[in-house]
Write a protein that binds this ligand. Sequence first.
Ligand code: NAP
Ligand code: ZN
Length: 348
Amino acid sequence: MPHAIAYAIDAPTGRFARTTIERREPGPTEVLFDIAYTGICHSDIHTARGEWGPATYPLVPGHELAGVVREVGPAVTRFAVGDRVGVGCFVDSCGECEQCLAGDEQFCDGPGGTIWTYNATGRDGLPTAGGYSTCITVEQDYVCRIPDGIELSQAAPLLCAGITLYSPLKRWGAGPGKRVAIVGMGGLGHMGVQLAAAMGAEVAVISQTRSKEADGRRFGASEYHAVSEPGTLRALRKRFDLIISTVSADQNLNARIGCLKTGGALVDVGLPEHPVQLSLGGLVGQRRILAGSQIGGIAETQEMLDFCAEHGLAAQVEVIGGEDINAAYDRVVASDVRYRFVIDTATF
Ligand code: NAP
Ligand code: ZN
């Protein structure tokens, strides 16, 4: 059995510690790859700290994996040893339901539903363990190819943060002539600014403070707004065709909805711990749309990776070692990350 060195947490209030886990020998159509880098997504923190309900411990999070293929099963056709690959938020699905056939494996309606990369049960009946580890075995159809032009450390965050913004931006028509606002410029948000700008939209950042303004403009925003300044949202009333909110904490959604043009859409991708209060008048009165979005399917994730390579986009990362995970979590919660922590598994 291949072993992996991993970092696991054993309680919502626990701390990450080094451990060893077992991986499957690759089955006929499976790929075993060495994970070089893994991003720290805020979803890892929500899960590890029990903010979305009880998790299964010990927990090895990580759903932004980038690495190099070590071994392939005898019937693998899509990958070879040495290929640069990535895995995102899920590692399996039924492959047969309406959602899977439409390329939306993230909404699988099959018996086991979408099998998440961690905090789920894998096809071997064992708990899945994510990318805070040195290797993983995954069915080839759930693995993406990382284009040569993108460094592995900067590619890892694309597997969740990148696709989570690419999918709704494309679905809701970000492009020339459209005014798009990205609310919250963290891991997801900084990809959203770059992607929306590359799609040709006029992009605004709505952040808590001005501290990230220079970066926001460098990522492609032509406007930058700080809600800490009184009157900011009032001044943005009816300004945007599309707003994507990536905020990880409680926020006043009604005030953001007021910034949509008549008929505009606010797509929320952030998943804070508590329910939000919604005043329906802001939607009804202006025929506005409130929607959600969750990552993207495998084909769309590959499309996003290729789009990033074509447009020279990648995540801006701070590379850390395994021992730094606990401190990194606190910094993410404090919005003190520029713009994604990525764990270098060579430090394990
Ligand atoms: P992140 O790096 O922590 O970024 C979140 C950003 O939200 C922060 O950088 C900050 O931006 C803003 N923010 C934080 N606290 C705030 C507050 N109290 N009021 C207003 N704004 C605040 O997190 P992330 O990894 O990008 O993830 C963001 C959220 O999306 C999380 O809830 C995560 O679970 C969720 N998520 C969803 C999906 C999906 O498929 N839908 C996928 C991945 C993650 P500023 O400093 O610019 O204000
Ligand atoms: Zn994520």
